[in-house]
Design a protein around this ligand. Structure first.
Ligand SMILES: [Zn+2]
Length: 343
């Protein structure tokens, strides 16, 4: 709460300042901007309003982890004045895309200034090179068995070197914290104001309105999560996308898949999770809109846990869905958890 207030306070100062800048442009063309995925795109749209022409690369229900850029995406990036990305290695494909498109606009990293959560567990992430696939699986298996009882740190380093693939040091899903959303909003407004100074005041006003909505939602979500019983605070989801939400509300999220949907799920991981669900009497597991849910259905069947509903992790729903905006997504997730776990 403190951090949210202080961020908000400093942001208000910027608005007051920028309101003194006179702006009006008659035959104004909206500036072309690109956001990498739907959640970020919604925030950019809110703050940019009529002054921007937004293209979002990974749309509703899309999976950014495994996205493959299209020629159309490259054209949008080539024409953009500003490119908004999450950062923290969420968009592993973006650097190559920006290069291929000869992008020469401004790149805004929305997570700039957040306190990232360190990547904790080992991850059996898949190698990209097909020719190495069999070899990798074999190696990973062995590594797993050998090192299960040893330091995870070692396994991590070896795996990294072996795979030659940097899977990131931090959890990228920072938008799941409402405090972080305020920082996203500040970065977006600053990025737009810099690219389009004539409309800076409009961007900062829109940002202030959005931040007010975030603060109001936060008080609702605080109340809902605060009311969850002490023995109902462990949640099972397919992939590890709720670390920031869990940290904010003292919840524990377990996931058979790692932080990226690219990760392989081993039978041993699923078995360990099933054991844990039984041992800790976890009563509900949740599915995600972007993942294959057969695994969670299997886990629910084997443990007698119910499916508590669908959580939106990395993408918004379509227009008619329950999570078509960032704010609706957070409210939907909190309500779904509250309904399934509340007494
Ligand atoms: Zn994810």
């Amino acid at each position: 709460m403190t951090s949210l207030r202080s961020v908000f306070a400093s942001a208000t100062a910027i608005v007051t300042f920028s309101l003194t800048v006179p702006t009006v442009s008659w035959a104004e063309q909206p500036i072309p901007v690109v956001a990498t995925f739907s959640i970020l795109g919604d925030m950019v749209e809110r703050i940019g309003g009529e002054h921007i022409a937004l293209t979002t690369l990974v749309g509703p229900d899309g999976d950014t982890h495994v996205y493959q850029p299209t020629p159309k995406a490259a054209r949008s990036v080539a024409e953009a004045d500003v490119l908004f990305m999450n950062g923290l290695e969420f968009e592993g494909w973006l650097e190559r895309l920006a290069e291929a498109a000869s992008f020469n606009g401004a790149m805004v990293v929305a997570t700039n200034g957040i306190v990232p959560i360190a990547f904790e567990e080992h991850e059996d992430e898949h190698e990209e090179h097909d020719e190495d696939e069999e070899h990798d699986e074999h190696e990973e298996q062995e590594e797993h068995e050998e090192h299960d009882d040893h330091e995870e740190h070692d396994e991590h380093e070896e795996h990294d070197e072996h795979a030659g693939h940097d899977h990131g040091t931090f959890d990228p899903h920072a938008w799941q914290s409402l405090d972080n959303a305020v920082i996203y909003a500040n970065n977006i407004a600053a990025g737009l104001a810099q690219a389009d100074p004539a409309n800076a005041s409009a961007y900062y006003i829109n940002r202030a309105v959005f931040v007010d909505q975030i603060v109001a939602l936060k008080s609702d979500v605080d109340a809902m999560m605060g009311a969850l019983p002490a023995d109902k605070r462990t949640v099972v989801t397919p992939h590890d996308a709720f670390g920031y939400f869990a940290a904010a509300y003292d919840l524990t999220f377990e996931a058979p898949q790692g932080m990226s949907t690219e990760s392989e799920v081993s039978a041993a991981d699923v078995a360990a999770l099933i054991t844990q669900i039984r041992r800790d009497s976890i009563s509900a597991v949740f599915i995600e809109s972007i993942t294959d849910n057969r695994m969670m259905e299997q886990i629910a069947n084997e443990t007698g846990a119910t499916i508590g509903g669908t959580l939106y992790s990395d993408a918004l729903s379509g227009e008619t869905g329950p999570a078509s905006t960032y704010l609706d997504m957070i409210r939907h997730n909190a309500t779904t958890l509250s309904d399934a776990l509340g007494s």
